[in-house]
Design a protein around this ligand. Structure first.
Ligand code: HEC
Ligand code: HEC
Ligand code: HEC
Ligand code: HEC
Ligand code: HEC
Length: 405
């Protein structure tokens, strides 16, 4: 039995289809127009055929598997929900202008291959192998500002053994923080610095001591870079895993509590310290925020008081807040004309937060429980963009408890 359609169904569908085609065509034209204004990073050759990761897996097994789980592999609109929704909304709001303002760092190869329809497999691979290894030198133009040599895969092995699969080339640039900084530093069209992990690192003692992004984020042990290659002292890990990094540096963020009783209330000082991040904490764009949650509990375990970090942004939250030309915030990155507050904790520095918590009629001992947490999206972004629960999650960076007699 076939379900009966309500009357007028076919007509409505046709009309909807027509409207869809009209929108798609107009939008498509806008995108084509925006794309034609795009200057790709300088190339040494233009017959392009960047290969997908599948082509690397046979020989670079571990590296390919690590990369596939990383944020880099999942940076494009189809895989990163937050980026995808913001990108789409920004394209509508700016009539396609953000295609070239956002795309080249997040959907790297579609710009090099000029494949805006996403016909090639590699176009959905975000920050792809072939793009990162086509980079061989810095440049003073393009987004990201690098020069590309698509004939060779560049790396830091001085004398790579030859392979029939591709030409290899040594480039010292891949060892530098400037390489990562080509993407991990972004100012919008109004010149507002949206993210500057590179600059934060550059001003830290890590830069002065020569500790690069790769030293911390691409640790490695001895092994083979390729199945058919020799054993080398270090194979750089491509997972860029926060969890692994946090495990390797358990005290990279610390939290300490002090408290004194003042009559019916408690004065609490919580000190958070960026002890081991190679840049500010949080880093990156305005969606990344760190926050402090504090609870006062009675001897029986009853919660007497807890703070709301989002009630007062300038007390227990750390991050970047942007505003648009009307001074309204938090503004989306492409509308931002000013920074309202930059409360990121610089490398090696601390921030102290003071709370006055009511200890109530409670005369007995109380316990303070505090957590220093990290979020990937602001609460209002989760709501506005209807993001999935993982974006509302808060990851623990450090914890502390204190008993007050
Ligand atoms: C071609 C641009 C580009 C280059 C070059 C690049 N990145 Fe990234 N990186 C990105 C983008 C885009 C993201 C965001 C991915 C996402 O979360 O969707 C990202 C995310 C990250 C993350 C967070 C990963 C996660 O899973 O949350 C780390 C850490 C990182 N990059 C480190 C580095 C380091 C270190 C280098 C240099 C060796 C580097 N990146 C080079 C574009 C780049
Ligand atoms: C975000 C940019 C980025 C991406 C994406 C990336 N790599 Fe790398 N890769 C690097 C950097 C930087 C190094 C060098 C690290 C070092 O020596 O400290 C490296 C090292 C290597 C090496 C060893 C040679 C060397 O220079 O040490 C191989 C092989 C390699 N990558 C293959 C791949 C493959 C295959 C993929 C995809 C599955 C991939 N890479 C994705 C940046 C990247
Ligand atoms: C048929 C096997 C094979 C395939 C497929 C392959 N490679 Fe390689 N690759 C090698 C070998 C072998 C080396 C040399 C390793 C060494 O000397 O330690 C190498 C070296 C490299 C280097 C290091 C260059 C240098 O001088 O530091 C990079 C980067 C690289 N490959 C990237 C890729 C990427 C990206 C892909 C997929 C698009 C890929 N390779 C596919 C076998 C392969
Ligand atoms: C001294 C070591 C160190 C150096 C150097 C360093 N980082 Fe980090 N980075 C960290 C630590 C630790 C974290 C936090 C890991 C976690 O999430 O618990 C971090 C976090 C990040 C994040 C955010 C990941 C997330 O989960 O939100 C990005 C992006 C990043 N680093 C990029 C870079 C870039 C780019 C450079 C070079 C300009 C760099 N880092 C240099 C240690 C370092
Ligand atoms: C110069 C390179 C570059 C440009 C251009 C760029 N981004 Fe990014 N974007 C990054 C890097 C690197 C990260 C990861 C570190 C961070 O959080 O800043 C990132 C992260 C993000 C994230 C957070 C993803 C997550 O899951 O944590 C969003 C959302 C985002 N970008 C949106 C945009 C939008 C929208 C635009 C255009 C208006 C844009 N980006 C332009 C490099 C860039």
């Amino acid at each position: 039995m076939t379900p009966a359609h309500p009357p007028g169904y076919a007509f409505r569908t046709l009309r909807a289809l027509y409207r869809f085609v009209l929108v798609a065509v107009t939008f498509g034209l806008l995108l084509v127009e925006a794309a034609s204004a795009y200057t790709p990073p300088p190339l040494l050759r233009t017959k392009l055929n960047l290969q997908p990761a599948r082509a690397c897996k046979n020989c670079h097994v571990d590296i390919t598997e690590q990369w596939a789980r990383s944020g880099h592999a999942n940076a494009d609109r189809g895989k990163n929900q937050l980026f995808g929704r913001m990108y789409f909304y920004s394209l509508k709001q700016t009539r396609g202008e953000t295609l070239i303002a956002c795309g080249p760092c997040h959907e790297t190869t579609s710009f090099v291959n000029q494949d805006f329809e996403g016909l090639k497999e590699v176009s959905a691979e975000g920050v792809a192998c072939a793009f990162c290894h086509a980079i061989d030198a810095p440049s003073d133009q393009g987004t990201p500002a690098v020069s590309l040599d698509v004939d060779h895969y560049s790396g830091t092995i001085r004398n790579p053994i030859t392979t029939p699969s591709h030409l290899s080339k040594y480039s010292a640039f891949l060892k530098t923080s400037e390489y990562c900084g080509a993407c991990h530093k972004y100012s919008n069209q109004h010149g507002v610095p949206i993210s500057d992990t590179y600059g934060e690192w550059k001003n830290s003692t890590y830069a002065k001591r020569g500790v690069t992004c790769q030293d911390c984020h691409m640790p490695g042990v001895a092994g083979r870079n390729a199945t058919d290659g020799p054993v080398r002292p270090r194979v750089a890990n491509h997972a860029f895993s926060s969890a692994a990094l946090a495990a390797a540096r358990p005290n990279a963020a610390t939290l300490k509590l002090r408290a004194t009783r003042r009559g019916d209330s408690l004065r609490v000082y919580a000190t958070v310290r960026n002890a081991g991040w190679g840049h500010s904490l949080p880093t990156g764009n305005d969606q990344n925020i760190a926050l402090l949650r504090l609870r006062v509990k009675s001897a029986e375990g009853e919660i007497l008081w807890e703070n709301d970090p989002f009630a007062e942004w300038d007390v227990a939250t750390f991050g970047l807040t942007l505003a648009d030309e009307l001074g309204q915030g938090p503004a989306d990155t492409w509308n931002a004309t000013q920074i309202v507050a930059d409360r990121r904790i610089k490398a090696g520095q601390s921030a102290e937060v003071r709370f006055d918590a009511p200890a109530g009629a409670e005369k007995g001992p109380v316990t303070l429980e505090a957590q220093f947490l990290l979020r990937r999206a602001r609460p209002e972004t989760v709501r506005l963009y209807g993001l999935s629960a993982e974006y509302d999650a808060e990851r623990v960076l450090a914890e502390a408890t204190l008993s007050v007699p």
